[in-house]
Ligand binder design. Sequence first.
Ligand code: NAD
Length: 481
Amino acid sequence: MTVTEYDSLFIGGRWSKPSTNKVISVMSPSTGLHLGAVPEAVETDVDRAVRAARTAFDSASGWSTWEPARRAAAMVRLADALDARKEEMATRVSAQNGMPISVAGPFEATVPAGLLRYYAGVLQDAHFEEQRQGLPIGTTLVRREPLGVVAAIVPWNFPQVLAFFKMAPALAAGCTLVLKPSPETVLDSYLLAEAIAEAGLPEGVINIVPGGRATGAYLVSHPGVDKVSFTGSTAAGRQIAAACGQLLRPVTLELGGKSAAIILDDADLPGSVDQLFAASLLNNGQTCFASTRILAPRSRYDEVVDFYTTMAESATVGDALDPATQVGPLVSSRQRDRVESYIAKGLNEGARLTAGGARPVGLETGWFVEPTVFADVDNASTIAQEEIFGPVLSIIRYDGDNDAVSIANDSAYGLGGTVWSADPNRALGIAKRIRTGTIGLNGYLPDLTSPYGGMKASGLGRELGPEGLAAFQQFQSIYHP
Ligand code: NAD
């Protein structure tokens, strides 16, 4: 990828000078080479961005007042502008965060336009006003209003997809946004800004403030913001929830996970190898919904361990931009340190390492860790309870379906999960007993039309589907007694 340097911020539909000369530099996790730099948005830049979003929202003829069909048409134009940048988008994301390019294409370069078109379609059938017969008397007009200015804060692991989990429904609802990307993935947000400008969205409907934690925290508590939509770690989510609690500000939180893959005793492992790999190791294990606790029945325990060991050892590890790569590098040296510290904890706690555990030979440049498998893991141990966010799997033994359900539920988190079985009804019965917001049968892929989100420490609220649109609306009842 060529080095890409930017010197402006995208605020109010224009490229404007940042208020300081602070910059965010991005380095390739695959090669260690400099990829580019963008200005860092500080408080005064956030003030300008919120003001622009506020004006776009509050104006008497602004975005929120447009007929749904007009908003839908603008969203489809943005989808077209993103489609025209597909290849560059996949390359930028993959080069920055280490996501294999074979994953970046179908996810980062494709899902955002799909979401815009899906919510544009939802607008065609949506009714934002409804007359009701009142009780005891009269009639009432029930209106769904857009919530207002949205602060959208996203992590680096799926930067475009997760931004559009928020932006597509927020735009459909009539909200305006300030998007804060993660410092690790800012270059893709500039490609997005170019698409927004080309699509002719009104000034200030989407504003972008690249920055870190301090910029995010300032945005969350900004008096001009009406709703916070956050995706990231549970630790940051708790701080954001506390800030929003003080302000009584609506907030949606998509947080961490430690999901279970429940392998039932009749599961066809060789027949599901691609699905099993994707469910647990997608994006180098840097996926919030990844099934990283593998629950194996005692009767097939050794076979399951051998299966995952072979899967890990045979995975192609390499430069994220190589189409053959299945497991790329971790996003940063800090993230690699974190993953390696969990591997050390696993060994200290007595788990049996059956694959990986070290840095791959021949990939000394970049932040690589071998796909790693631990067997004989106790579900109470640190590596089974804490989110590692890397290619590290823990295989846990269970005795009977009830034991599998109770181990799967013995977690602070409840975001994803999978059940693997030759019997669809049996798998469904188990899935219904897991305290998790989403779960897949013999595979896992979020469905854009259905609510997505977590229970317990995995979050509050839902994204996607009509429920994701409702997260950016509030009700007004106009009585006519
Ligand atoms: P992070 O919480 O460190 O950062 C996420 C984003 O929030 C970044 O843009 C960061 O700058 C910002 N931020 C951090 N602290 C903040 C604060 N106090 N106030 C405002 N903004 C703040 O997470 P990360 O390391 O970038 O991402 C990995 C985490 O995200 C994992 O825990 C993963 O499970 C989670 N995640 C969840 C989902 C989901 O849908 N539930 C999806 C992807 C990732």
